[in-house]
Design a protein around this ligand. Sequence first.
Ligand code: SF4
Ligand code: SF4
Length: 385
Amino acid sequence: MNIEFISDPQDWKEENMDVAVISGYILPDDLDSLQKIQNNSKRIFAYGDCTTTGGIFALANQRGHQVTPLKDLISNITNVNGCLGEIEELIAVINGEELQGNNPLCSVCKRKATCDYLDSVNRQIEIDDEETCFNDLGFLCNGFIAKKCKERCIDFNTPCRGCKPMVERSGIRMLGMFGTLMGNIEMATEHSEKGATDKLADADDDLTESLPDILGNFFRFTLLTSGLPRGRIQSSGNLLQDVFTGRLIEELPLITGLLGGNRSISLTLKLIETYEKANNIEVSTQTKKYRNELLSLEADLIEATNNKDAQKYKATTDKIRKIAGNMNLSNVYFGGFKQIIDDDVDFESYKSHIFEIVEGTYKNGSINYNIDPKGVIKEITIKEG
Ligand code: SF4
Ligand code: SF4
């Protein structure tokens, strides 16, 4: 087969194609380019959540942006969901096969559910139990609504973020399920002209207090298909900054792992190291060694892409996955790694620390961010280049 990579469809010299695979986020202004592709293609595939549902970029719509699922702009497309989308699934649909969609992620998870009421809602920075279902420990795990996937963040001590939902309006269902577990949260009822009005508590709202970033936690990949009303907060003027602002500090590595393109690894490590440096978090020599290895693998990956060397590309991504978890870098974390990387080395020397949130402004070269006392990102700037 002939494969052509079109990075800028506006300048593309139109040619007939059997198959067009579109990835990345879409804005209404892309319509002309998309129609050009549609006019020249027998079949079109939307590959990955950014294209199928707006993905993580669509979180910026809460601040006035217009990220749009591809299917809302052009018709007759086939969606392959996921962040990242699985290459095996793309190959399958191109070959005309149906995707398996009915095998839940929970069925392949080693953690076991207790379904007890929660005493508290916790943050990922606090995980140290490797046996109980994340949700029963008070960490939000979207495995409940996700289908069995290849990457399995859950195998790297990372709750599933629901990048492959197997049900409609998955965020709303997760809210329902999590809300049920939180059934012992204090409730208050007060009279209003329209009858009784429930609220969570007389004093502070316990749910919002204990679970910041409801949007990012429940609708990270599905905001545009969830039917929620549009947000009213003003944009900073920059789409990436609008994605990050309001997210939790522990989400930073996962989001940069998704958004950093071919510089995901260096961007993610830079960000992690910025926080570690400011808070005197010491990392082991083993961790440093693995981080250096990842940086050199990133260089290999860029080289493989530039040279269109598919074999090297695959070998390099496999090595990255082994150290860093999936391509979202789910195993790379503040203070180290979340999980054993190799059975025959000493886990104690590089497992992640449980770390304290320290309010403040953090700077390191091209990265600036500041977080409030709860660890919510109030501002972030990342210079390009
Ligand atoms: S919800 Fe998450 S942690 Fe719980 S069983 Fe399912 S995949 Fe595992
Ligand atoms: S475990 Fe990770 S890759 Fe798999 S569905 Fe969940 S978020 Fe996506």
